[in-house]
Design a protein around this ligand. Structure first.
Ligand SMILES: *[C@@H]1O[C@H](CO)[C@@H](O)[C@H](O)[C@H]1NC(C)=O
Length: 508
């Protein structure tokens, strides 16, 4: 990034916080804090984004001494080759401390408040950021404990919360009402870390900064849109947790729907948070609830080597019908998208790791060259960010045969010394800057649950049985027929390999 653009970001943070913040990580001994929150805070520190006076306080129930805290906090930090890194880490660690206590006792929160005051010392700027890296069961206890005892009157307070935000429309509204009693909407940052991913953030630029995409972005030109999430591993001992949610709540209602809304929304009036979120809510409200007949559900079984979902020891209900794979089709009823299927696919224990958006255009009219494959625009979110467009070209030489080729922007080839920050790093910077663009607003969450709640209830009430698929396969055998039924034409894909295939060693 140009250094002036970076200066601007740093300036933003300063304007918001007057050079001082106390970051309290609640659930500091847990996995999320260890894998994402602390490494991202370190990343921001290293790059000079944290305010001059920053204090980072970990809080959790576990009793830990300093060594143990440091060991856990730094376990997942990537220091790289730079000789400077170790020094930076030592500096960073000097900003941190740890305090333990309960989540549901006033006395513990009063104790934490005193601790925070002590750490803040005589600073005049008592701005506080509360990062809640905790499961939903203790979430409200924590939010109310913080609000009652650790809130900093007269200064900036921000609270960052993680999914799941409820299990359906009703529970999400209940949670929302309770949080709204404690914090103002503009103090709340609901993280959907997909919104921090580079290629997702690129969607707006691609759509609204290119005249050619702007012109063809509608049902007249686009036949179908697929948004795909594939994970190559199963629940691996976490089935007990997963079974409560299933793949639809875990990945689709939040991450994939967020991506969908950015693909489908109208042009916002500006790039500020509310303009963008207004458009996202509008398009979500045009989507009718997904119907069971437009769904294909799957559950993985063992492949001889790896166990099936039902063999996960942590699972309580061994007859569970919980889907570990789903393909769902949403329709958007507005002028731009009427009739275009948006196919969301997500699954665990599949053949590869992949997240991508694939926009398939319509057949070219009056097929001059016979069986011309369709154009496709693909945005690969991970691994290895790329944008590529499949287009048709004359076979070089004497023949007039049509050959499918690609215009390929693979980030690792194009940008040298590319370092894409972790999504969490980008999002925590947004919180410091007070920018809500990449966070989910309450009415957006409500609209999202409306789309998924009926089908989720139907699957549970009717005990709909998912189709089996083998661990490590592409998904249920019916998948190809399913996407074909909704218009996806694979004929162009037969002889086509994704261009980045050979450089997979770079895929980090
Ligand atoms: C699009 O063209 C292919 C041949 O390339 C054909 O098989 C298919 O039926 C066409 N689809 C539509 C909707 O016309």
């Amino acid at each position: 990034m140009a250094s002036s653009a970076i200066q601007e970001l740093i300036q933003d943070v300063d304007n918001q916080l007057n050079g001082s913040i106390t970051i309290v990580v609640l659930g500091a001994s847990g996995d999320l804090a260890k894998k994402k929150t602390f490494p991202s805070l370190f990343g921001l520190y290293r790059n000079g984004f944290l305010p001059k006076e920053t204090r980072i306080i970990g809080y959790a129930r576990t009793k830990m001494d300093r060594d143990e805290f440091v060991k856990r906090t730094t376990e997942h930090m990537k220091l790289g080759e730079s000789p400077d890194a170790k020094k930076k880490l030592d500096e960073f660690l000097k900003l941190t401390s740890y305090h333990n206590g309960q989540y549901n006792e006033d006395a513990s929160w009063e104790d934490l408040a005193r601790y925070v005051e002590k750490i803040e010392g005589d600073t005049k700027q008592k701005n506080r950021l509360f990062y809640v890296a905790l499961p939903p069961s203790v979430f409200l206890d924590v939010a109310s404990g913080v609000r009652k005892h650790v809130y900093s009157d007269g200064f900036v307070n921000r609270i960052v919360i993680e999914k799941p935000f409820g299990k359906d429309l009703e529970s999400s509204r209940e949670l929302g009402t309770n949080i709204a009693k404690l914090f103002k909407e503009d103090e709340i940052y609901r993280i959907d870390h997909y919104l921090g991913k580079e290629m997702v953030k690129n969607l707006m630029t691609l759509r609204f900064a290119n005249v050619l995409f702007g012109q063809i972005w509608d049902s007249k030109n686009i036949d179908n849109v697929q948004i795909t999430f594939k994970e190559p591993f199963g629940t691996e001992g976490r089935g007990g947790y997963f079974d409560e949610f299933g793949i639809i709540r875990d990945v689709m209602q939040n991450h994939l729907l967020q991506v969908l809304s950015l693909v489908a929304m109208e042009r916002p009036t500006g790039t500020d948070a509310e303009s963008i979120r207004d458009e996202k809510v509008k398009v979500l409200r045009c989507i009718e609830p997904i119907k069971l007949e437009n769904a294909l559900l799957g559950q993985y079984v063992g492949n001889g080597e790896k166990p099936g979902y039902k063999e996960d020891d942590s699972l309580k209900n061994k007859n569970t019908n919980c889907p570990t794979f789903a393909a769902l089709v949403a329709y958007i009823h507005n002028e731009r998208w009427e009739g275009v299927p948006f196919i969301m696919k997500a699954g665990k224990a599949l053949n590869e790791p992949k997240v991508e958006i694939r926009i398939q255009f319509r057949n070219v009219s009056g097929d001059l060259f016979k069986d011309t494959p369709r154009n496709e625009l693909v945005l690969r979110i991970q691994p290895s960010e790329a944008v590529y467009m499949k287009f048709n070209n004359k076979h070089p030489g004497l023949s007039y045969q049509t050959l499918q080729s690609d215009l390929d922007l693979t980030y690792h080839r194009r940008y040298s010394d590319l370092k894409i920050p972790d999504a969490y790093e980008a999002l925590i910077l947004d919180v410091l800057r007070g920018d809500h663009s990449n966070f989910v607003r309450d009415d957006e969450l409500d609209a999202a649950w409306k789309i998924f709640t009926p089908i989720l209830h139907e699957i549970e009430q009717k005990q709909v049985q998912p189709k089996e698929y083998k661990y490590g396969s592409r998904g249920p055998a019916d998948l190809d027929d399913f996407v074909r039924k909704f218009g996806y034409d694979r004929s162009g894909a037969q002889n086509y390999e994704w261009p980045v295939k050979n450089v997979s060693a770079e895929d980090k």
